[in-house]
Design a binder for this molecule. Structure first.
Ligand code: SAH
Ligand code: SF4
Length: 367
């Protein structure tokens, strides 16, 4: 609700159909509305000319299409772009667009802060503020499409999409905000909304086991697991949620997930921390842990977080670690650091805003 109006960015196609029913409109109106909003980026009901004038007037009175306000928009020299959205009460969430040849990936946030509190994560160290609503998650994609000129290309010959992939790797733990994440995922893959392939939408999770099973049943998309350690003792320290859902349970959930997943592998993310989780012995332990589970590894250079006491592994160590996994036939990539000059790493910019809002208002940060 914005000023008593229902924000249509927050309704997946089923919810929009129910809303249309309440307005006395047939189901196909929901599909038309959805196309206007998500495929053409339209926020002005007057322009939706295939809807009856009386319905447009009703929409004007009772509904709106509004993304959260943007308080910063930065573009790095490598083309990585980052927006910071104001979600109220001094909280900001970030969204990052990463252009690559042949694809464009949008990294979205699912919560303001995060309750999992991983020791190496800037978002986790900010604590948990609140879950984002569907309109705030979808608003990031809708706004980014606008900012990247996607909606201007509608109706032209260009079929290239600016955003081809979405990853839930921004702030927050998506599977601890399950209902909103699920509706947002449904909109992302719906042919009447964003129409992305399930394979190109990835949920990244620190390992909320029961919700991995729910996702498998409700809306299987690509799955990334933030692993970070080969044994429970270390993972309990780095990812406190491991104490509730230890590795054996997590890996069993991954195996179950694969039965219904759109891809035939799980991606394991692994932040490389100097002297903590980056030894050859730990790489061998990882191999034993995953066994014959079809998986890929993505080794992530650590973005230093002040006060964490953790350091990034040397590039030589990262390569050696990757080699141990690669030698056993596991596809292992090392993530390129992108957007270094704009603090594009997870949680960094929003953390900076949060710290500063303790003494100044968010308005003063607009630049
Ligand atoms: N909460 C989810 C998704 C958001 S975090 C999850 O943990 O999977 C997205 C990714 O960024 C995770 O793999 C996380 O471990 C990683 N990450 C967090 N802090 C980081 C840092 N300081 N440097 C590098 N990667 C980090
Ligand atoms: Fe939360 Fe993910 Fe950060 Fe852990 S890494 S604190 S789960 S956002």
């Amino acid at each position: 609700m914005v000023n008593g109006k229902v924000n249509l960015l927050g309704l997946d196609v089923d919810a929009l159909t129910a809303q249309c029913d309440e307005w006395g409109q047939k189901a196909f109106r929901a599909l038309q509305l959805s196309q206007w909003i998500h495929q053409r980026g339209c926020a002005d009901f007057e322009q939706m000319t295939n809807l009856a004038k009386s319905f447009r007037a009703r929409l004007e009175e009772t509904a709106c299409v509004v993304a959260p306000p943007v308080i910063a928009d930065r573009i790095a020299t490598d083309g990585t772009r980052k927006w910071l959205f104001d979600v109220g009460d001094g909280n900001a969430v970030e969204t990052v667009f990463i252009p690559e040849t042949g694809r464009g990936t949008l990294c979205v946030s699912s919560q303001a802060g995060c309750a999992v509190k991983c020791s190496f994560c800037s978002t986790g160290r900010q604590g948990f503020a609140r879950n984002l609503r569907v309109d705030e998650i979808i608003g990031q994609l809708w706004y980014a499409n606008h900012a990247l000129g996607q909606y201007e290309r509608v109706g032209t010959c260009s079929t290239d999409r600016a955003i081809t992939n979405v990853v839930f790797m921004g702030m927050g733990e998506p599977l601890q905000n399950y209902a909103a994440t699920l509706s947002a995922l449904r909109l992302m893959i719906d042919d009447h909304a964003y129409g992305l392939s399930r394979r190109r939408v990835t949920v990244s999770t620190s390992g909320v086991v029961p919700m991995i099973d729910r996702l498998r049943e409700d809306c299987p998309v690509s799955l990334a697991i933030s692993l970070h350690a080969p044994d429970d003792q270390l993972r309990d320290q780095l990812v406190p949620l491991n104490r509730k859902y230890p590795l054996a349970e997590l890996l069993a959930a991954c195996r179950r997930y694969l039965a219904d997943a759109p891809r035939d592998f799980v991606t394991f993310e692994y932040v490389m921390l100097d002297g903590v989780n980056d030894s050859d012995a730990q790489a061998h332990a990882l191999l034993r842990l995953v066994g014959d589970l079809p998986c890929k590894f993505n080794l992530i250079p650590f973005n230093p977080v002040p006060g964490s006491g953790l350091k990034k592994s040397s590039p030589v160590r990262v390569q050696a670690f990757a080699q141990v996994l690669g030698d056993e036939g596991i596809i292992t990539t090392v993530r390129k650091t992108r957007g270094d000059d704009i603090d594009a790493a997870c949680g960094q910019l929003a953390g900076e805003v949060r710290d500063r809002t303790r003494s100044i208002t968010i308005k003063e940060l607009v630049r």
